[in-house]
Write a protein that binds this ligand. Sequence first.
Ligand SMILES: *Cc1c(COP(=O)(O)O)cnc(C)c1O
Length: 339
Amino acid sequence: MEQIEWSSLGFGYVKTDYNVRCYYRDGKWGELEVTSDESINIHMAATCLHYGQEAFEGLKAFKGKDGKVRIFRMDENAKRMIRSAEGVVMAPVPQELFEAACIKAVKMNERFIPPYESGASLYIRPLLIGLGAQVGVKPAPEYLFIVFVTPVGPYFKEGFKPTPMAIMRSYDRAAPLGTGTIKVGGNYAAGMIPTVLAHEKGYSACLFLDAKEKKYIDECGPANFFGIKDNTYITPESSSILPSITNMSLMQLAKDLGMKVERRPVPEEELLEFEEAGACGTAAVISPILRIDDLDEHKTYEISKDGKPGKHCEKLYNTLRAIQYGDAPDVHGWVKVID
Ligand SMILES: *Cc1c(COP(=O)(O)O)cnc(C)c1O
């Protein structure tokens, strides 16, 4: 095979050897199939194309110094995909099937798992879509579950560096009682304009406020928000945030490191008080925040005083990465070693 330059990998799609698929037909899931085909052949009237019957997941496998491969908190991704499926009335993928498909996809593409030294990892993308010829709005009769993998580079090529984010009040990502809490493509469609605008204006992400009152911090595009002050890790509680597994892990690690943890509504003005803040998710673990500009109210909240990540962010980032790569003991049972 063409040699992969592990150190120059970004966060993009790289073709691997195989992907794993499973069909739901006649009320039941079939056998796992393995294919090298990167395409899917589906009916043009499939519900995933018209009515958003689609959910996805994102998780990673890491190669350790000991050569072992570890998948991080796969059980949590499996459970979340069940909630997502139920949230748009699709057939849920049973947890055992989800885990078996991820493990198979990782093992079949073993040669694409980046070496420990590279700081890169293998991204796992499970996808669930509604199939069948249908024009009326109703759930599909059939579903396809696919797991593909792709090697992704270390997120911070130039190092772990804070970036600016923007609040844009004329856009909402999710309604208070909408689909914000499940991982479906429709939420990304709703956030596409502000995300593109934020990037064009030089921001790394758009920080969404709650859609109803426009008073509280919700999420940063594809990542959860947290702020730190007085040795306390604070993350928003709301009915439209996607529960990030990275955030859940950081809350536990913050407690382990002797910090207090609060999950509650976070008013925008509180941004003035944070000593550190970040966005968290599988892709980057933590993206520290430099400053937040409220573009409509013409306000700026300076978070990082010296342009560097704060000491709590750095500690949390290093602690989580050490567990993922097997450099630190897995005291919470978060890691599945593949053999
Ligand atoms: C996937 C996702 C996250 C991050 O979740 P992780 O489980 O930590 O990867 C945060 N917000 C949104 C909207 C997401 O889709």
